[in-house]
Design a protein around this ligand. Sequence first.
Ligand SMILES: Cc1cc2nc3c(=O)[nH]c(=O)nc-3n(C[C@H](O)[C@H](O)[C@H](O)COP(=O)(O)OP(=O)(O)OC[C@H]3O[C@@H](n4cnc5c(N)ncnc54)[C@H](O)[C@@H]3O)c2cc1C
Length: 465
Amino acid sequence: MADIVATLQRELGDCVCTRPEVLAAHRRDSWVLSELFDLEGRPAPLPGAVVEARSTEHVSRTLALCRKAGAPVVPFGGGSGVCGAIVVPEGAVVLSTRRLDGLRDLDAESLTATFGAGTNGMEAERAVEKQGLTMGHWPQSIELSTVGGWVATRAAGQFSTAYGNIEDLLLDLEVVLPDGSVLRTRRTPRASAGPDLRQLFLGSEGTLGVITEVTLSLRRQPQARRGQAFSFENLESGIEPIRRLMHAGWRPPVVRLYDAAETSRLFPEICPEGRALLILLHEGPTGAVDAQAAGVAAICGECGGEEVEDSVVDTWLETRNHVPSFRALLERGLILDTIEVASTWNRVAELYRNATESLRAVPGILIASAHSSHSYQSGTNLYITFVARPEKPEDRAEIYRECWRRTMEVALAVGAGISHHHGIGRVRRDVLSGEVGETGVALLRAVKRALDPDGLLNPGALLPE
Ligand SMILES: Cc1cc2nc3c(=O)[nH]c(=O)nc-3n(C[C@H](O)[C@H](O)[C@H](O)COP(=O)(O)OP(=O)(O)OC[C@H]3O[C@@H](n4cnc5c(N)ncnc54)[C@H](O)[C@@H]3O)c2cc1C
């Protein structure tokens, strides 16, 4: 590996960094298990070098040189991934997109914006906001993640119910393939030109190429905005009005239903004890917002909803990106994670009941709760949270795996999808065949082999070993 670092330094000069603190900051993503291993004194290995590419040409040269030398390369955006897609093999080259950043083009007539793939999410939003526009893509990690990372993980934003997820906003992209060649898709509103090659890289988690540039479709800032909230007996009874409002054609950007446990934890002052809370945010032209709020209120009323003070929506808007640090909770002897799954409407209640019941049987479990935060015509997601405090802190990794194993087992048994938006990484790779079948895994392996025959791009992520 020392040879490839010297070669890269010779070819790419000061783009190549080997400072210990920079290597240490790039050895893993934000996966809880990696954080736990750090705390337990067994951190992920160090990379050999971090290449901070400044152009597509730099990315292309890095990949071509690494292929020639047989050196593994791991693309790195904001490092906010939570599934262990980044656990860098010892001495490997990290390809950081940090300096491939900034707004490169804004077409105010077509409402499109082109960003370097390493552009921080919040900086991207601020850049278009100045023109009265918005991406409409608000992942909770918007300040921690990059535009290229969103594509590589198939990310979802908090306003997705009206505006869609990253795959709906992505117009075109530039990707450097593992041999150094550059693929550029075409900027058209739609195409019928064979399979959509963008889909190959959406969710590819750095295993098939390095995304260098991304064009997103934008929208105008909404004229009006209005919050609304209702309480329901429990999560199951709150699901029905969401299904009905989606089928009626209403599309509030934010539709979030918290079960009673999450409601009393997150909004203790606002909602009656022991009830589930549905919060909604409507956006658009004033008349449309009012009509939608009235339509949704009627449906919620018919389904037994009780109106709650809408200031809860302002509270949510203000605090929605505040997340306690995993580290602080791990230091208190806890182990925890969130697991997002998705289901058609007919199976959501069963998925919720079976997953939370199964988690409650894990030794040391303190919390097994869920909310729904992204809805569709055909179904919704569930974002399941577990927190446990095993008797012996050294059992935490085992308890963590047990919670994941149980939740994945329930998801597959009821016919739900194993991941809504965080991706596969290492935490789900062994259940990928449950989602796409053995044939699907074989197909993904064949694509990987065709593009990256030596398996050098982000080895260990996505595909079962
Ligand atoms: C507090 C918190 C809240 C979160 N909230 C959300 C949320 O609301 N919605 C959501 O979808 N996710 C969320 N996430 C998960 C995470 O932020 C997303 O997966 C995000 O899209 C990752 O982007 P990143 O730039 O940090 O990617 P990284 O973590 O750096 O990388 C993720 C994967 O993509 C690959 N990759 C990164 N950039 C590129 C590139 N340019 N080309 C090719 N491969 C690349 C990496 O190799 C890796 O496999 C959250 C995470 C945290 C910590």
